[in-house]
Design a protein around this ligand. Structure first.
Ligand code: PMP
Length: 411
């Protein structure tokens, strides 16, 4: 049986108080907290192993290189990649998507080609495509979201067509929590000769994901949302795609041979990792994966389904609370966006914070989706493996406090 209390002891920050109340951390879609083993991995690296990697012929450099490359192999195994060479370390999801846009998309797209996204994308999976579309003459089209908060698959079948070169879609929405039918979208894309890029910022930390099974061409995700440190993210790409791509950044570490006026490139992934990489954080991301695997991604997913079901029940029992996203728990992850009466989500978040409960309020970097939902912003609670039903109760109590305070304004 999954012992949440036991897990909580591994996260030192969960012991702290906020405004004199125990911290209830429900902002995991923004970033997760870190277990002691991840913090220890960082400290251990700097205290015992710190060196620059790949080029040094001394013990520290060899150990640091081995640990860095072991983390790459761990990431590859964790997502089901065929080889560590398909894993490129970057800073975060945003940089991973920009890297795919500036290398593969820039070289591939022609005027009239189409990039298909959805109405629910994070700005990180919109703006990079806008930049590349401007330069190549490609066009962006969006698959609509239904009133139930899922993708309109009939529309998807119409929109993904002969002009489509890329489908770029979040695996799981950071606002609606919706887990999109990726296998079907991949089949649709591939049937038209298009590629598919998954924004896995919200899925990789919370669901078992196997890129070989999904057959996606690119996958982007961030370490900091999956118990790892900030400053490290991953771009996965199929090796056959990487083999033919020009690098984005030039410099040390990404070359085979250099002359004054020309150079040849190293193979992937080194070709895309110019300069000294974020060695310590990559190694600590490996420790985060060890931690997640020690619990099991299926166990984490099941825990979050239970907690999300509990939260949807608890919040829907509060008069005036409007919930967004699909009702079917199998179709959604642990993200619950809501509106509380007519109270602006920023005010909701401020009052709730006074009760020690950390949630997020705003457009969540999804302005097109906010327009689709007809709201300026939402409040959002998001869960992880260390959250408890009692914490959902604390949120519900805090929302009742919001209603008391704003009684005159339709709360
Ligand atoms: N895509 C989605 C779906 C996200 O939720 C986020 C983080 N809010 C991002 C992309 C961007 O992640 P990062 O800021 O780590 O680059």
């Amino acid at each position: 049986m999954f012992d949440v209390q036991r897990v909580r002891q591994d996260f030192p920050i969960l012991q702290r108080q906020v405004h004199g109340k125990p911290l209830v951390y429900l902002d995991n879609a923004a970033t997760s907290q870190k277990p002691r083993s991840v913090v220890d991995a960082l400290v251990r690296y700097y205290e015992t192993t710190n060196a620059n990697i790949h080029r040094g012929i001394h013990v520290l450099a060899e150990e640091a290189t081995a640990q860095y490359e072991a983390a790459r192999a761990k990431v590859a195994r964790f997502i089901g990649a065929r080889s560590p060479g398909e894993i490129i370390f970057v800073r975060n999801t945003t940089e991973a998507i920009n890297l795919a846009a500036r290398t593969w998309a820039q070289a591939t797209l022609r005027p009239g080609d189409e990039i298909v996204v959805t109405e629910a994308e994070h700005h990180s999976n919109l703006v990079p495509w806008q930049l590349v579309a401007r330069q190549t003459g490609a066009r962006i089209r969006a698959i609509p979201i239904t009133d139930d908060g899922v993708l309109d698959m009939d529309a998807a079948r119409q929109i993904i067509g002969d002009q489509t070169r890329l489908v770029a879609i979040a695996h799981m929405s950071n606002v609606l929590g919706t887990i999109h039918p990726i296998k079907e979208l991949t089949r649709l894309a591939h049937a038209r000769g298009a590629r598919i890029l998954l924004d896995g910022a919200q899925s990789i930390p919370h669901l078992p994901v196997d890129v070989s099974d999904l057959d996606c061409d690119f996958l982007a995700f961030s370490g900091h949302k999956m118990l790892g440190p900030t400053g490290v993210g991953v771009l996965y790409a199929k090796s056959e795609l990487l083999a033919s791509l020009e690098p984005l950044y030039g410099g040390g570490g990404m070359i085979r041979e250099v002359w004054i006026d020309e150079a040849t490139w190293a193979e992937a992934p080194e070709r895309f990792e110019a300069g000294t990489p974020n060695v310590a954080d990559v190694i600590a991301l490996g420790a985060a994966i060890d931690y997640l695997e020690s619990i099991g991604m299926d166990t984490i997913r099941e825990h979050e389904i239970r907690l999300t079901g509990y939260a949807l029940d608890a919040l829907s029992n509060i008069p005036g609370v409007r919930l967004f996203g699909p009702a079917d728990l199998q179709q959604r992850g642990g993200v619950v966006s809501f509106y509380c009466g007519d109270v602006h989500p920023h005010d909701v978040s401020t009052v709730v914070d006074q009760e020690g409960v950390a949630i997020r309020a705003g457009h969540h970097c999804c302005q097109p989706l906010m327009r689709r939902l007809g709201v300026p912003a939402t409040a959002r609670a998001s869960f992880y493996l260390y959250n408890l039903p009692e914490e959902v109760d604390a949120l519900a109590r805090a929302l009742n406090r919001v209603k008391e305070i704003f009684a005159g304004v339709g709360a």
